[in-house]
Write a protein that binds this ligand. Structure first.
Ligand SMILES: C[S@@+](CC[C@H](N)C(=O)[O-])C[C@H]1O[C@@H](n2cnc3c(N)ncnc32)[C@H](O)[C@@H]1O
Length: 425
């Protein structure tokens, strides 16, 4: 086969493409929308021009447009000079906002990574540009909502029904129009990273599936539970989160609680401290069930253990007329759509009218922008399902050595946002 680098035609084409890429990135960094429009809409050589990448920095046009808004270091100066500098910066931010909006409309990927492992939103946050950050968060919310709907269609469709196929095609078209070409290939890591419940799930590691996990054997110690691939299932540093959640959900003795996912039994221990009248626990992994029995959970006051997946157990509880004052959800390797199904189809049938429910909020917790996007996505879906939600920030202890021997750190953000949900008035 001929060496393409010796082929003058191919080399010239490559040079043209490189020049085009640099021209687009330059126009983005100069917030030059007319030039960008011309380059993005007319470059036949670059079909995905809004998402070209600088080979050295990994910057996309969105990275470039945002990075160009970084304020220059100014030394203490006379007021007048500082004022002029601020005006200039405000102008720069304004043109930055317009450019970011334009690029997102043209299909720029909101969560593409540069060579520094930063998304455009990470840069906006680092340079303290909230107006740019919020634009990227909103783009992320739109993209993720569409993606989760599209996945829902794929799951529902058996491929025989023409209407279903047509609906799915319409959603797909909507997705492609909605400035999110990354959604078309959801298998790409930077998109898959945020399509699951984030924490101890198959986010950056999509091969971790719930059925696969349930069939694997676990390593259970007093400090943590790891699955067979060293993924962290549960870790003791989460105790303060569990304590807060349990106390908010069960503020007084004598209440009825349902916990989904026993893990290390941390949250269940705090529920027990609140002396519940009844305390149901659903747990699907046989190793965890064996361990909880070894530790005597089956004879604790009010405790009823349901062995199996919540998907199989909860409909039976609804059928038996059980209701609860509090429900807590914290599973492992389930997708965002599983979670959505949990609250929109199961919680509704089991929660007392005045009851409260919560969940381990680890969605996207390996990156602040993902965490913020998923908070909004969840909020919108919860609202649609008829729930109000209150959030409370609680600081997370500084983590370091905890991750030794764990495949990946599933928690990076500084604060845990504790959710407390109830039926809308
Ligand atoms: C993160 S741990 C729960 C930790 C717990 N909150 C604690 O305080 O220790 C997740 C638990 O959910 C269980 N699980 C995973 N998928 C499940 C499912 N579909 N139904 C019920 N339990 C599930 C896992 O086996 C695991 O024990």
């Amino acid at each position: 086969m001929a060496d393409p680098t010796n082929d003058p035609e191919i080399s010239f084409t490559q040079i043209d493409v490189d020049v085009d890429i640099q021209e687009i990135l330059l126009a983005a960094s100069q917030h030059d929308i007319p030039t960008l429009r011309r380059l993005v809409r007319t470059q036949s050589a670059l079909p995905n021009a809004a998402n070209v990448k600088d080979p050295e920095t990994g910057y996309s046009p969105l990275h470039s447009a945002i990075a160009a808004c970084e304020p220059e270091e100014v030394e203490e100066q006379a007021n007048g000079v500082n004022g002029a500098h601020e005006d200039e910066h405000a102008k720069l931010l304004k043109s930055g906002v317009e450019t970011v909006k334009f690029l997102l409309q043209e299909g720029a990927i909101w969560n593409d990574l540069d060579n520094n492992d930063e998304t455009p939103g990470c840069i906006a946050r680092r340079i303290k540009a909230p107006e740019l950050y919020e634009l990227v968060v909103d783009a992320g919310v739109r993209a993720e909502m569409l993606l989760s709907r599209l996945e829902g269609y794929e799951e529902l469709s058996d491929g025989d029904d023409e209407d279903e196929e047509e609906d799915a095609e319409n959603v797909q078209a909507e997705v492609e129009d909605e400035a999110a070409p990354e959604l078309v290939d959801a298998s790409e890591a930077n998109v898959a990273e945020i399509t699951s419940t984030g924490e101890r799930t198959g986010l950056a590691n999509p091969e971790v599936s719930n059925p696969g996990y349930l069939n694997s054997s676990l390593n259970i110690t007093n400090e943590r539970i790891l699955d067979a691939d060293q993924n962290g299932v549960m870790m003791s540093w989460e105790s303060s989160i569990m304590k807060n959640s349990a106390q908010k959900l069960l503020p007084r003795p004598g209440m009825k609680v349902l916990n989904v996912g026993h893990g290390m039994g941390i949250v269940d221990g705090f529920f027990q401290e609140q002396s519940p009248a009844s305390h149901h626990i659903i747990e699907a992994h046989p190793d965890v069930v064996a361990e909880m029995k070894r530790r005597g959970w089956d004879s604790k006051p009010g405790v009823v253990i349901h062995e199996g997946r919540w998907q199989d157990i909860m409909p039976g509880l609804v059928g038996a007329g059980e209701t609860f004052d509090a429900i807590y959800y914290d599973t492992f390797a389930e997708s965002y759509n599983d979670f959505r199904e949990f609250f929109s189809e199961q919680v509704i049938g089991l929660l007392e009218q005045e009851g409260k429910w919560g969940f381990f909020n680890g969605m996207g917790a390996d990156r602040q922008i993902s965490y913020d996007v998923y908070q909004k996505v969840a909020e919108m879906d919860l609202f649609e399902a008829g729930f109000d939600i209150d959030w409370e920030d609680i600081p997370v202890p500084k983590l370091g050595g905890e991750w030794e021997g764990v495949r990946r750190a599933y928690w990076v953000v500084d604060n845990y946002r504790l959710p407390l949900c109830r039926f809308m008035d």
